[in-house]
Design a protein around this ligand. Structure first.
Ligand code: SAM
Length: 454
């Protein structure tokens, strides 16, 4: 949109640019089209545009994708966008704050592409809201202030390498695309802007770790940039000597000298997952049971599966105080159902173990949760082809987000979801879930509370 057209539009709608909302509108249509091209949007894509403003990017998106969600905080601009795109059913305008926007319903639409010329003051917060795991976003093209773009794409041993770059690069591959001066904006900003593309990294490409520990180590490590890393982390000298030896760095190393991979390795070495990393082994021993679920003997896991022998498993549903259910997205490194969403945790009952003992062990091994109350029995599934010959008992317990830790070997992401959303998600995209979770959820659903849709 040219400057004169924009000014006329604003005059007609009584709009004046609001500095507090970071309103600098793009008035060069070639640049707008170029930005949209970088997102490589196809007709099947679902796209979220944050801060669409008067629609500089939107006009190149609307009608070119399956669904376009516009999140705009300014009421007058949101109204203008509704008016402008009223004829397109595929465009949904949301008058809201993208920092607090609940991204979870987007999972119903499948992977989403994020695009936006972000308001400078809250650009980082918007990225955190949309890109922190579990994120429905598969790629993002965003314009941010140049200085932020440099930090997002930074490399070790530079002044820009820090918490923002590490927290994004842990899961996203950044590409610095272009810098634009103040000229093509109205009003003109005082600084340069840069466009960055973020693409989801494949699971395990950095090496697996516990994301919660990684974040805490990175934040502590960069607490004082000039200080030696060991002092920031408060690790004792002997433990530190072993860590720097394994990392191949000097014991006087500073935070900005470590690469992403070294930070990941450091977090694994400094705070190994308390339950260790549980590689599945064909030598694990399971109880083999008869058709009445009575133990008849024990056998190695590999034999149990190869011969289709009846055995036992548990699924656990963890709820938070809001009554939301924790779902885990299985790591692509798992040998079965990698990348699918499943119960909060689940696993085989070990030889000699009861179902409840197995629930308690799995909660600690997979999520590092040790609930005080005993798990509550919700239901059971008979063994058969649908359960891979497992008798399954389903339990519920409670837990807080802040208490949960998981290991990247096992889980790619996890989060609490309202039951009504899970009801709709399972219907809309059944293949997003493991068959085991679907059966257990269906079996136990009537006991879990309101909200089931038909
Ligand atoms: N996309 C438009 C363009 O390129 O011309 C406008 C970009 S302007 C830099 C930022 C836009 O984000 C403005 O429309 C502003 O009202 C909107 N905005 C500011 N804070 C927001 C927030 N927290 N959530 C959603 N939109 C916001």
């Amino acid at each position: 949109m040219r400057l004169t057209d924009l000014q006329q539009l604003f005059a007609e709608h009584g709009i004046r640019p609001n500095k507090k909302l970071g309103q600098c509108f793009l008035i060069d249509d070639n640049i707008a089209r170029w930005i949209v091209d970088q997102a490589e949007i196809g007709p099947d894509d679902v796209v979220v545009e944050v801060g669409p403003g008067a629609g500089a990017l939107t006009r190149h998106l609307a009608g070119h994708c399956r669904k376009l969600v516009l999140v705009e905080k300014d009421a007058k601009l949101a109204a203008l966008l509704k008016e402008r795109f009223v004829d397109l059913d595929s465009v949904e305008v949301i008058h809201g704050d993208a920092v607090e926007y609940d991204v979870r319903p987007l999972f119903l639409d499948g992977p989403v592409k994020l695009i936006g010329n972000l308001p400078y003051s809250v650009g980082n917060e918007i990225l955190r809201n949309f890109l922190s795991p579990p994120s429905p976003v598969e790629s993002a093209v965003v314009m941010v202030q140049k200085e932020v773009a440099e930090r997002l794409c930074a490399k070790p041993n530079t002044k820009d390498w820090g918490i923002l770059g590490l927290m994004i690069q842990e899961r996203w591959e950044p590409g610095f695309l272009k810098t634009i001066g103040p000229q093509p904006f109205f009003p003109r900003p005082e600084i340069d802007s840069s466009i960055v593309k973020l693409t989801k990294r494949p699971t395990g490409s950095v090496s697996t770790h516990c994301p919660q520990v990684f974040e805490s180590i990175v934040r502590r490590g960069f607490a004082q940039r000039r200080k030696q890393l060991r002092k920031n982390l408060g690790i004792d000298a002997d433990a530190w000597a072993a860590i720097v030896d394994a990392l191949g760095v000097s014991s006087y190393v500073r935070a900005e000298e470590l690469s992403l991979r070294q930070w990941v390795d450091l977090s694994n070495l400094a705070e190994p997952h308390p339950a260790g990393v549980h590689a599945q082994s064909g030598d694990e021993i399971f109880d083999v049971v008869d058709e009445n679920d009575q133990v008849i003997r024990q056998e190695k896991r590999a034999v149990v599966h190869a011969e289709g022998l009846l055995h036992r498993a548990v699924h656990v549903f963890v709820f938070n105080r809001a009554g939301e259910l924790y779902l885990q997205k299985r790591s692509l490194l798992k040998d079965t159902h990698g990348g699918k969403w499943g119960s909060s945790c689940s696993g085989h009952v070990d030889g000699g173990e009861t179902y409840v003992e197995s629930v308690v062990r799995e909660l600690e091994e997979e999520l590092f949760l040790c609930p005080k109350e005993s798990p509550e029995f919700l239901g059971r599934l008979p063994a058969g082809p649908e359960t891979d010959q497992e008798f399954v008992e389903i339990y519920r317990t409670t837990g807080k987000s802040s208490a949960i830790r998981y290991h990247g070997n096992e889980i790619e992401a996890g989060g609490f979801f309202p039951l009504e959303l899970v009801d709709r998600w399972i219907v809309a995209r059944p293949d997003d879930f493991t068959p085991g979770f679907r059966s257990c959820f269906l079996e136990a659903r009537s006991l879990l509370g309101a909200g089931m849709t038909d």
